[in-house]
Write a protein that binds this ligand. Structure first.
Ligand code: 6PG
Length: 480
């Protein structure tokens, strides 16, 4: 065979990845279950470079140079397993199967182990950036063996996004590490989106501003610390007008947010590894609440607000101060969500035995992906200062950045509560901040309660050991 890389599964993501490889000078073997898609790719985009279209999986495999590199870009779950099963008997020792879909990382761990039995490398790879990224440069998060990265890595780095000439692709860690990191990326994406949505809602209700006016505020924010893809597209979306009704586009969209599962997986894993990823969890639950139609109908009909009417003075200075408060609260909440996500990566790395460089993850997220942002440079720098940093929030840069916005953050969360505006991600992030910095937590009382009703024991602040108090008897304490 003469193709340097192959792509099977030519729906929009696979198609665009194949074109991206071709545009970078690679000869690309292409295959799809129905040949029509393969044919249309070659007829419509043949000018991108060299494609070798194959009708059968066997021809596809035969057209590849060894060690073969096969990118599988089909639906996660059953369809991915089916393609892998079809590939195994056709491949030879040392060949590399790349799953570039949004697989759940435990599936990737399982598949990697199974393919190893056949002498094959299985590389679960996170790819972010949607259709546009796949074609013009995504952020790429490959797992699998370091050995597979030697031949595959340079090709992936080549087609990835670049920031300051640095590829947004690096080896993440063994087996499921790549898909794990992509999952956390998506969890952070949920948190980022929810925080932006809450900021929008606060501005709308606090200022009584129109969607388009708020779009302008976001466009302004995009020139500072908050500069990011998600802020940029928010500005665009808010200024868009529905052609049919002439209303702000955001006002004609049904307010029920959907999800395909990566946010839920992130939250489930947060519980598994015991890391409080409250920002991501609130964002995921906020989507669930929005879709809880019967509950919302009942709540709307029955629940009083007993809230104040939000009153931001009409003068320009008060309005500007309020806008700045929301901006600072958004930035601080965003730092919390990222800090928690990076904690989760560290905890999972310990649990699943991955050597993940968190600074490098922030670096490869600077471009190509949905959460790309100026701010990620700061995270890379923080982990460069201390690669074992236990709390991103406690890095001096972030400590200062958040501290200077703290009064604003408190005003906004208090204002939201007083005025009856839901701001779950803003407020739970502030609670996390106050919790993680607290000298003493009421967890002491929880321990005492547990010992009272279940003899679950407790530790003391003043000496070593584990203790139990005879709550139902004479209340003497004994070492357990
Ligand atoms: C990306 C995105 C992408 C994801 C969508 C949809 O990094 O390019 O994360 O992988 O599929 O954002 O996610 P939800 O449907 O769950 O919102």
């Amino acid at each position: 065979g003469t193709a340097q890389i192959g792509v099977t599964g030519l729906a929009v993501m696979g198609r665009n990845l194949a074109r991206n490889f071709a545009r970078h000078g690679y000869t690309v073997a292409v295959h799809n279950r129905s040949y029509a898609k393969t044919e249309s790719l070659v007829t419509e985009h043949g000018s991108d470079g060299e494609f070798i279209p194959a009708k059968s999986m066997a021809d596809f495999v035969a057209s590849l140079e060894r060690p073969r590199k096969v990118v599988v870009m089909v639906k996660a779950g059953g369809p991915t397993d089916a393609v892998i099963d079809e590939l195994i008997p056709l491949l030879e020792e040392g060949d590399i199967v790349v799953d570039a879909g949004n697989a759940h990382f435990p599936d990737t761990i399982r598949r990697e182990a199974a393919l190893k039995e056949h002498g094959l490398h299985f590389v679960g790879t996170g790819v972010s950036g949607g259709e546009e990224g796949a074609l013009n440069g995504p952020s790429i998060m490959p797992g699998g063996t370091p050995e597979s990265y030697k031949s595959l890595g340079p090709i992936l780095e080549d087609i990835s996004a670049k920031v300051d000439g640095v590829p947004c692709c690096t080896y993440v860690g063994s087996d499921g590490a790549g898909h794990f990191v992509k999952m956390v990326h998506n969890g952070i994406e949920y948190a980022d989106m929810q925080l932006i949505a809450e900021a929008y809602d606060l501005l709308r209700q606090g200022l009584g501003a129109t969607a388009a006016e708020i779009g302008e505020i976001f466009a302004q924010w995009n020139t500072g610390d908050l500069e990011s893809f998600l802020i940029e597209i928010t500005a665009d979306v808010l200024q868009h007008v529905d052609a049919e009704t002439g209303k702000a586009f955001v006002d004609i969209v049904l307010d029920q947010a959907e999800q395909k599962g990566t946010g839920r997986w992130t939250v489930q894993n947060g519980l598994d590894v015991g890391v409080p990823i409250t920002g991501i969890a609130e964002a995921t639950f906020a989507r669930s609440l929005s879709g809880s139609v019967p509950q919302r109908t009942a709540g709307r009909a029955a629940l009083p607000a007993h809230a104040q009417e939000w009153e931001v003075s009409k003068d320009d200075a008060s309005r500007a101060a309020f806008i700045e408060d929301v901006r600072l609260a958004l930035y601080a909440s965003k730092v919390v969500a990222y800090s928690q996500g990076f904690d989760q990566i560290a905890a999972a790395a310990a649990e699943y035995d991955w050597a993940i460089d968190r600074g490098a993850m922030a670096r490869i997220w600077r471009g190509g992906c949905i959460i790309r942002a100026r701010f990620l440079n700061r995270i890379t720098e923080a982990y460069e200062r201390d690669q074992d940093l236990p709390l991103l929030l406690a890095d001096p840069y972030f400590t200062d950045a958040v501290a200077s916005g703290l009064p604003a953050w408190r005003r906004i969360v208090a204002g939201a509560a007083q005025n009856g505006v839901p701001a779950p991600a803003f407020s739970s992030s502030l609670s996390y901040y106050d919790g993680v910095r607290a000298e003493r937590l009421p967890a002491a009382l929880v321990q005492a309660q547990r010992d009272f009703f279940g003899a679950h024991t407790y530790k003391r602040v003043d000496r070593e050991g584990t203790f139990h108090t005879e709550w139902s008897g004479d209340r003497t304490e004994a070492e357990a």
